[in-house]
Design a protein around this ligand. Structure first.
Ligand code: BES
Ligand code: MN
Ligand code: MN
Length: 462
């Protein structure tokens, strides 16, 4: 892979300039007013795949945004790596908290990224990380060192639940035939502490609506006499955790896979400073389920969080009113072997059952997905670990992440393939937040590490 590494060094500036151009297109999948930009981004990704020399590039239409698919075949007897990523991004709001506009990428230095980081929505999640693969494959093709076959499948609806990708995968099992799936859409511990993500949590997401009286009421005339939906919702939400921060929904933990003491001891070896963690977030202390460490609470344990809650008067000054309705959006992060549909049902039954007389409750499910784990004794994991060792000079630490990429569990179910999660972002990169960024160190390290994965994977499967 020497020629490949030389090629990367020679084209560093162009690799950065190209990513910056891609980051300028606001591909926000959640907001229909950006639809033209989402399509434009798909075209741009397809153009890049063509220009690096992929043999076959296709923009596959779906009921939603297109999936960009590409193939490069060396020899069908060699292994095939299927690269998955997403070109859509989260909305950029609240805009006023960005120190530079979300879709005008700039390089700035931070304490953690002294060599600079690209600030833009999607810089880390996932345009920057997805594009590392495009550039790594370019370097291998152009230097004549591609050791195996590669397929790309880049979607535009990850941030809204990947519904159409699920359908696409089911309908294209033959086309997507591969030996392993490679994804960079997660993180690592620190720039001097490489790690590989070995697990993702599942997700069940619901929206609740609590209705009291049939219209807004004067809080003096009716206060104290009727159920106030906001008071009631607050109380219902608060009751979903007990004093130990266990979730109170009956049956919620029934299928949770508990880790053995050995596994927990192994996990505890990963470097983690509670003090630094609190300091980075300006908090006096952490908060969570009794009996588990912060690392465990954020990865191997299921959780329930309100993501938004609203109702009543929130404008200037004071308006004395009892609102007719109150709302909340609630996410539950799941672990193996919790079934998202079952959990959603348990939530619905429980939430309806605890509603007092005088209110009506409606629960609407949103998207969800199952958790996933990658065993560290798989060939894919071993190849990835060797690749990191080569570029970081250190053995990577296996770490289970708290985030979700629901399609990963579907890859396993539908295609029978394990996914290797080679994430190069940092938790501090502010994904989904204002001032999202991606370190230049991380971008280039990703591009340099990926070719070694190809080489080791091909070698190990011989
Ligand atoms: N790339 C993230 C998931 C992620 C980030 C996993 C960091 C591990 C570490 C992905 O784009 C994402 O945001 N997923 C959503 C779920 C999806 C169904 C909207 C999430 O985790 O909230
Ligand atoms: Mn992502
Ligand atoms: Mn995301």
């Amino acid at each position: 892979m020497n020629q490949t590494q030389d090629f990367i060094q020679q084209h560093k500036q162009r690799f950065l300039d190209e990513l910056i151009e891609l980051l300028k297109i606001p591909s926000i999948s959640a907001d229909p007013s950006y639809s033209a930009s989402v399509y434009q981004t798909a075209d741009s990704v397809a153009d890049h795949l063509t220009s690096i020399g992929m043999h076959h590039v296709e923009i596959c239409q779906t009921a939603g945004y297109p999936i960009v698919y590409a193939e490069w075949t060396k020899d069908t007897s060699l292994p095939t790596i299927l690269v998955y990523g997403h070109y859509d991004v989260q909305p950029a709001d609240p805009l006023e908290l960005w120190t530079s506009p979300a879709f005008e990428p700039v390089i700035k230095t931070t304490d953690i990224h002294p060599e600079g980081a690209i600030f833009a929505r999607g810089a880390c999640d996932d345009k920057g990380q997805m594009f590392m693969h495009v550039k790594a494959v370019e370097a291998m093709i152009k230097s004549g060192e591609m050791p195996c076959n590669v397929k790309f499948m880049i979607e535009g609806e990850e941030e809204v639940g990947s519904e159409n990708l699920g359908i696409f995968v089911k309908e294209n099992v033959e086309k997507l035939k591969a030996d392993v799936i490679l994804v960079s859409d997660t993180g690592m511990l620190a720039n001097d502490t490489p790690s590989i993500t070995t697990g993702l949590r599942g997700l069940s997401y619901v929206e609740v609506e609590v209705t009291g009286p049939n219209r807004d009421l004067h809080s003096g005339l009716y206060g104290g006499c009727v159920a106030n939906p906001i008071n009631v919702l607050a109380k219902m939400v608060a009751s979903l955790h007990d004093e130990n921060m266990h979730i109170t929904i009956p049956g919620f933990y029934d299928k949770v896979v508990e880790l053995s003491d050995e596994e927990r001891a192994e996990m505890a070896k990963a470097p983690f400073s509670l003090e630094k963690y609190c300091k980075a977030l300006d908090m006096e202390d952490v908060y969570g389920e009794a009996g588990y460490s912060t690392m465990e609470r954020g990865s191997i344990r299921p959780t329930l969080d309100v993501n938004g809650i609203w109702g009543g008067y929130t404008g200037e000054g004071a308006k004395t009113v009892i609102a007719s309705k109150a709302y909340a959006k609630i996410s539950m992060r799941l672990v193996p072997d919790q079934d998202p549909n079952e959990i959603t049902k348990l939530f619905m039954d429980h939430f309806t059952a605890i509603a007092p007389k005088g209110v009506r409750v409606k629960v609407t499910p949103h998207h969800g997905g199952e958790a996933a784990v990658t065993p560290i004794d798989s060939v894919g994991y071993k190849a990835a670990a060797l690749a990191y060792e080569q570029t970081f000079g250190k053995r990577p630490i296996p770490v289970r992440s708290g985030g979700s990429i629901p399609i990963v569990a579907m890859f396993e179910k539908i295609l029978g393939l394990k996914t290797i999660l080679m994430g190069f972002g940092l938790d501090s990169d502010a994904i989904h937040s204002p001032n999202e960024h991606f370190g230049l160190f991380n971008y280039y390290k990703g591009i340099e590490t990926i070719p070694y994965f190809y080489a080791h994977y091909t070698e190990l499967t011989k």
